[in-house]
Design a protein around this ligand. Structure first.
Ligand code: ATP
Length: 187
């Protein structure tokens, strides 16, 4: 499984439809200050269901919609489309290619779709939860946030590694199971 392409339309500084082809082996986005690198990372988190405006460096969620420039009027909606190659079947869905999209209107909530079918945020989360990728994925990081990994305590670092390796969900399930009281077998 790998991220195949990312399309941004009206998302932050990407007023015109822009598609990034993410071939295997691409591990970072470089460019001059203010060119929109972090907006690309924000778009990835957003399409995977990020709910916190602050995590996306905004005051409110509508701030992700292109706000306009001196030469271009603001837009009314933002859309991000993420295409994931699933030929190894890592995602629990019977498609070799999976497209997740999120659309938001300036005056309303978000709409999600998986392979063009409207769905709930919960469906997007479920689809991604077993894959090790998600809106808080440790593998997608802005330059500044790499620092938080380097400064992390051993416990936090263990969390990052477990999340990236996809074992965090198993630990959480085990903890949940251990919390449940043992049921007596009926005689
Ligand atoms: P840096 O090197 O400083 O981290 P960067 O390349 O990561 O910069 P970003 O922070 O992704 O750049 O992009 C910043 C640019 O995006 C700024 O010019 C900002 O005005 C613009 N921008 C952010 N949100 C919006 C929006 N909603 N509408 C229009 N432009 C926006």
């Amino acid at each position: 499984m790998y991220l195949k392409s990312l399309t941004l339309r009206g998302f932050k500084s990407f007023a015109s439809s822009t598609t990034l082809q993410l071939e295997p082996g691409i591990t970072c986005v470089v460019g001059p200050n203010g060119s929109g690198k972090s907006n690309v990372v924000d778009a990835l988190s957003w399409v995977m269901g990020e709910q916190g405006a602050k995590s996306l460096r905004g005051g409110k969620m509508e701030d992700v919609v292109f706000a306009g420039t001196s030469g271009r009027p603001p837009l009314g909606r933002a859309e991000v489309v993420l295409t994931i190659d699933n030929s190894d079947g890592a995602l629990p869905i019977r498609y070799t290619e999976v497209t997740i999209s999120r659309t938001m209107f300036r005056n309303g909530g978000s709409e999600y779709a998986i392979n063009g079918q409207t769905c709930r945020l919960l469906d997007v989360r479920r689809l991604l939860s077993d894959s090790g990728i998600g809106q808080r994925d440790a593998r997608h990081r802005r330059a500044g946030t790499a620092d938080s990994v380097l400064r992390a305590t051993p416990e936090e670092r263990r969390g990052f590694i477990e999340e990236a390796a996809g074992v965090l969900k198993h630990r959480k399930r085990k903890e949940k199971a251990l919390r449940k009281p043992m049921r007596r077998r009926a005689t």
